[in-house]
Design a protein. Structure first.
Length: 185
């Protein structure tokens, strides 16, 4: 039976791509491209840089497709490649500052039906907190992997993640007195 590419599982597509299947890899890029770009933007990349790095990540993924074993999801695997590319770019340009002042007075952006914009809330974190939270919860990195990637002590990474999540939680809940209840969930 001849199944369409859309019907194939990522593991099967990756196996075919590893054997030179460009169409199969194109399907993987179509499926996961927006998630990779979204992770990079949450990490702090401007949209055009996120697009460029996502493209570079997919090129590397195609070249290394035989290394994908299906032990995790293809999306997580390519996100890790993209996150590492972004971290290398940040380090190369010497833009990474371990502790940047976080504008604590900035509140969340809430739309007309009360939803909070996570990307805007992430902008209120220091760069180190944003990177650590994004890598941990958006990229699927473990704390030790983040510590190695950022060349930071493990305890510092854990602190950045906890502090970042605490700040996000506070921002996303917003003030109780502004038409929002304390039971935001």
């Amino acid at each position: 039976m001849n199944r369409s590419l859309a019907d194939l599982h990522d593991v099967e597509l990756a196996a075919r791509a590893a054997a030179g299947g460009r169409r199969e890899f194109g399907e993987l890029a179509r499926r996961h491209g927006s998630a990779v770009r979204a992770l990079l933007r949450r990490m702090g990349a401007q949209p055009s840089l996120a697009d460029d790095l996502a493209q570079d990540a997919f090129i590397q993924a195609f070249q290394r497709c035989a290394e994908f074993r299906g032990e995790g999801t293809f999306a997580a695997w390519v996100k890790r490649i993209a996150a590492r590319l972004y971290l290398k770019r940040v380090a190369k340009e010497a833009r990474f500052v371990e502790e940047a002042a976080a504008p604590d007075e900035i509140g969340p952006t809430v739309d007309h039906i009360g939803r909070v914009d996570l990307d805007e809330a992430l902008k209120g974190l220091s760069e180190a907190e944003r990177l650590c939270v994004s890598l941990c919860h958006g990229g699927g990195f473990s704390h030790p992997e983040i510590a190695a990637a950022l060349n930071l002590p493990l305890g510092t990474v854990k602190s950045h993640v906890k502090r970042g999540l605490d700040k996000l939680r506070a921002r996303l809940q917003g003030p109780v007195g502004e038409g929002r209840s304390a039971n935001v969930g």
